[in-house]
Ligand binder design. Structure first.
Ligand SMILES: [Zn+2]
Length: 264
């Protein structure tokens, strides 16, 4: 099992972070991708030093911090992206749910970081969240990617916590992007995501919890944790009518393809 997107450095885990990791490792977890997405958080990769065989890192600046875009931070970001086990740039992107008024700055911030990812040949993790009543964030995102593709986006990318339309699934797959699926899949109202999983197919999915956020329906309102990957795989297995074990193995393969960390 893989948790391709979590925030275990969050202070909510200060009391039991290592117990949670050990518990997952005893249950066949292969890798964790810890997302450190604010300049204030980058140095927290030290928290996971004793798990160097299992913990990988993404460094980036989340769209909620557009004011963090400056030369010094970009230089620091590049430095962090060169440490061992730093394998991706993220999460970066557009959030119009919480921050509808800073779209211009968010685009600039995303562009600067896509440049760095292209230069360092690191995979990209995108956070794209629509405002309440429209698909504007996804539309802006694909419009941006289109302008970039001429300059070649030859590196892997994932749209984490996917929440777009079925058409957005097609657009993502056409670009060779993966779809990040988490426990929002278990929410009764989220039929669109269950349909998106069918459309994407098992080869294009990365499993993630986004812990401590987005717990499954069975523990809504509580702190999420990486062991819930099993519940997400169970749900994918139910939707696609493919055995649990097969989903587990294929999503591990997908993660390898995305990160290229095990490729010789
Ligand atoms: Zn996240």
């Amino acid at each position: 099992m893989i948790d391709s997107h979590l925030h275990l450095s969050d202070s909510q885990f200060d009391i039991d972070r290592y117990n949670l990791i050990d518990n997952c490792l005893s249950k066949n977890f292969k890798s964790f991708l810890e997302i450190l997405c604010s300049a204030d958080d980058w140095d927290k990769y030290h928290l996971f030093e004793k798990y160097a065989d299992y913990f990988y890192f993404a460094f980036g600046i989340h769209p909620e911090y557009p004011s963090h875009l400056n030369d010094n931070n970009l230089r620091m970001l590049e430095k962090y992206l060169n440490i061992k086990n730093a394998i991706a740039v993220g999460e970066i992107g557009i959030d119009l749910w919480y921050y509808p008024d800073t779209i211009g700055q968010q685009l600039q911030l995303m562009e600067a970081q896509v440049d760095i990812a292209n230069r360092l040949k690191k995979p990209l993790i995108f956070h794209i969240r629509n405002p309440r009543e429209s698909n504007k964030a996804y539309d802006e995102f694909f419009a941006f990617i289109k302008t970039r593709i001429k300059n070649s986006m030859e590196i892997p990318a994932v749209i984490h916590s996917f929440s777009g339309t079925l058409e957005d699934v097609s657009k993502a797959l056409d670009l060779g992007f993966m779809i990040g699926i988490n426990a929002t899949l278990t929410y009764p109202k989220n039929q669109i995501l269950r349909d998106a999983v069918k459309k994407a197919g098992i080869k294009n999915i990365l499993t993630e919890t986004d812990s401590p956020y987005l717990p499954p329906q069975s523990s809504r309102g509580k702190r999420n944790n990486p062991s819930n990957i099993a519940e997400i795989i169970r749900k994918i297995s139910e939707i696609l009518e493919i055995p649990f074990k097969e989903i587990e193995m294929q999503t591990e393969e997908n993660f390898k393809r995305f990160t290229r960390i095990f490729h010789s």
